[in-house]
Design a protein around this ligand. Structure first.
Ligand SMILES: *Cc1c(COP(=O)(O)O)cnc(C)c1O
Length: 235
């Protein structure tokens, strides 16, 4: 078994354990293998081990990788969305995790219309109100929700967050819980269903699942250490 396959199987075990603790169906959690900075060969190893959902955070880096791999893989864009990359992003990715303004959402909706696509999107919430991170401030999201729901092409499936860095996985728990509460409140206020929560990474996906995560974005625990700090990348 390859190292990547071994890591995937260990993570599957941890996901099942977290689901058991939370009384959740293991099928309610999707593992997204975050392959940014790792070569096509690593993605292939994961694919051969049965992994089908992958995440990348830069369109430029992802495009040649996606082109080199089988079409049966499903790609999630988890990075900060740049306006000038929206078209290429939509041509390559099925799910967008970090829409963070009504303006950007409207533009993405317009380009999706031109391309004849109906992309699934998450709205990123800046739960810790950190200047360094992207995402809607919770109050701004409430104010813009009406406009977001009017967009015809974007299928808004839920919320995403990257919590403030903390000393241990438990320190992320209140932020995950907060994202779930914001979701619950939006569902009631706007009469919509937002079934998905994209939260949890290598260090804290177990806690995230206990707090309701449906999409965990796991990179280094599958592929190994990246050669630069994650914080530089996170938006
Ligand atoms: C890189 C990245 C991840 C994966 O981080 P790991 O700690 O390697 O699991 C998850 N989400 C986002 C938005 C990322 O940029």
């Amino acid at each position: 078994m390859s190292e990547v396959a071994g890591n995937l199987s260990a993570i599957a075990g941890k996901i099942s354990a977290a689901c058991l603790r939370a009384g959740r169906d293991v099928k309610s959690v999707e593992l997204i293998a975050v392959s940014k900075t790792f070569p096509v060969g690593s993605v292939r190893e994961a694919f051969e081990a049965g992994q089908l959902q992958f995440g990348e955070s830069k369109v430029q880096e992802a495009e040649p990788k996606i082109a080199a791999l089988p079409g049966s893989l499903h790609w999630h864009f988890i990075g900060r969305v740049q306006r000038n990359k929206v078209r290429k992003m939509l041509q390559n990715f099925e799910v967008i995790h970090a829409i963070d303004s009504l303006r950007l959402a409207s533009y993405t909706d317009e380009i999706a219309g031109e391309l004849g696509l109906f992309p699934k999107v998450f709205l990123q919430v800046n739960v810790g109100r950190e200047a360094s991170k992207g995402g809607f401030e919770p109050d701004v999201l409430r104010a813009e929700m009406e406009g977001l729901l009017k967009l015809e092409r974007l299928e808004i499936i839920g919320l995403m967050c990257i919590p403030p860095a903390g000393p241990d996985p438990e320190s992320a728990r209140p932020w995950f819980a907060l994202l779930r509460e914001i979701r619950d409140a939006l569902e009631i206020e706007f009469g919509v269903i937002l079934p998905a929560l994209s939260m949890g990474m290598s260090g804290d996906f177990g806690v995230a699942i206990e707090e309701g995560s449906t999409h965990v974005r796991v990179g280094s625990a599958i592929f190994g250490k990246r050669s630069y700090r994650v914080d530089e990348e996170l938006g």
